[in-house]
Write a protein that binds this ligand. Structure first.
Ligand code: ZN
Length: 400
């Protein structure tokens, strides 16, 4: 009797699972449901196995790029092509992470909007997020953040170079032989401001801040002109092009978190930076301030604390507090921490040069206009403060 009951349960389970699971499509294979197709054949895309649940519904697995340790930054990006006006349902099933990035939508790949909360339901534990969109039949992209890939950087770099204010050149190549570019303004000056961007692929809000910040340095203002006369500005906007193209959550193509490799310099991308630093040292240049642009769940600067005095002293406070008074709609923290052994860029730069070395973190969902406004003010205040320093005077520890 019991045996028969179990058989019936088993039969029901088999029938239900068969009824609810349709064809399954591997990554890089168009996932064809009755009402629409999901593709991931473009730079920045990330989508795992895609299972057709119904004509108008699929479930997509979102998983990281490799087996190594990867923090919970589950990037996803794919294109949806509806056959007709209809409502499509796409469930993201996270394998190795939790829903973090509010889905963004674009119809042209350039302009993006955050999907309304009414379009997205997230499971209690955050392992699944279901997106429902009423479409007019035209294709669109869905991604964790705006998709900003090397082709976008190329256009932006060219735009900067066309002003004649900064020279664009190839610093070297990534592991997959993609060029890593460097912008260099006023190479004749001895004192250097060094900026690094996009070590971590999904950290797009950091990139948005980087663009606005650098544009302000190149701006048509008296302050920026004076700054450019006095300082050499060097920027590597995109240090991890392979990771960005691959839609990685964290790593480069070598399965490494680049921002844990400052010191060992075992990866081709971080070695490019080391070579750059060595060259600057050899030529007698002095890096005075270092900024590395990232994203996290809030707006925060990670800086040194008083146990690790910088040259000049308490520089980050003197920079960020006047900026705070001017900035509207962008709350941020200045988190001063002791320098430790972790191979992040700011630790390395502090240990090598004793200079203010900051991680400039922007919140994942911070309003984009507020990011740009704040970056503009941060750039202005940084220029003012650096111009006030007497960098010719030798630093005496303890004096201020
Ligand atoms: Zn980061």
């Amino acid at each position: 009797m019991l045996h028969r009951a179990l058989s019936i349960v088993a039969a029901i389970l088999i029938l239900t699972s068969c009824a609810s699971v349709g064809p399954s499509f591997a990554p890089r294979t168009p996932c064809v449901a009755g009402a629409f197709t999901v593709t991931d054949d473009f730079a920045g895309a990330r989508r795992g196995q895609c299972v057709v649940v119904a004509d108008d519904s699929v479930q997509v697995t979102i998983l990281p790029e490799d087996e190594g340790y990867i923090n919970d930054s589950p990037w996803y990006a794919f294109r949806v092509s509806p056959n007709t006006a209809s409502t499509v349902t796409i469930t993201l099933r996270y394998d190795g992470g939790h829903h973090r990035y509010r889905p963004k939508i674009s119809h042209d790949g350039l302009h993006w909007a955050t999907l309304d909360e009414s379009n997205v339901s997230v499971s209690r534990r955050g392992r699944k997020a279901t997106i429902r969109i009423a479409t007019d039949g035209t294709p669109f992209w869905i991604a964790g953040q705006e998709i900003i890939t090397p082709i976008f950087y190329d256009a932006w770099n060219q735009k900067i170079a066309a002003t004649g204010l900064a020279a664009l050149s190839v610093l070297g190549e990534s592991r997959s032989k993609i060029p890593v570019f460097v912008l260099n303004a006023n190479a004749a000056a001895d004192n250097v401001l060094l900026l690094i961007g996009r070590q971590h692929p999904p950290e797009v809000t950091g990139a948005i801040a980087f663009f606005a910040f650098f544009e302000q340095l190149m701006g048509d203002t008296e302050l920026a002109a004076k700054f450019r006369q006095r300082f050499n500005i060097i920027a590597v906007p995109l240090l991890n092009p392979d990771g960005v193209i691959g839609g990685n959550w964290r790593h480069n193509l070598g399965g490494t978190d680049l921002n844990r490799d400052w010191g060992p310099f075992e990866q081709p991308e971080t070695r490019l930076v080391k070579n750059l630093l060595d060259q600057l040292d050899t030529s007698g240049k002095k890096i005075r301030v270092f900024l590395d642009f990232h994203s996290t769940k809030r707006n925060v600067f990670y800086t040194q604390n008083d146990d690790n005095p910088t040259v000049p002293p308490h520089f980050t406070r003197d920079w960020l507090e006047p900026a705070r008074r001017r900035i509207k709609g962008y709350d941020f923290d200045n988190e001063e921490n002791p320098v430790d052994a972790v191979g992040v860029s700011k630790n390395y730069m502090y240990k090598r040069y004793g200079i203010p070395s900051m991680t400039y973190e922007v919140g994942d969902e911070t309003d984009r206009e507020a990011i740009r406004h704040a970056a503009t003010v941060f750039a202005e205040e940084l220029m003012k403060l650096m111009l006030e320093q007497d960098y010719l005077r030798p630093f005496v520890p303890g004096a201020s």
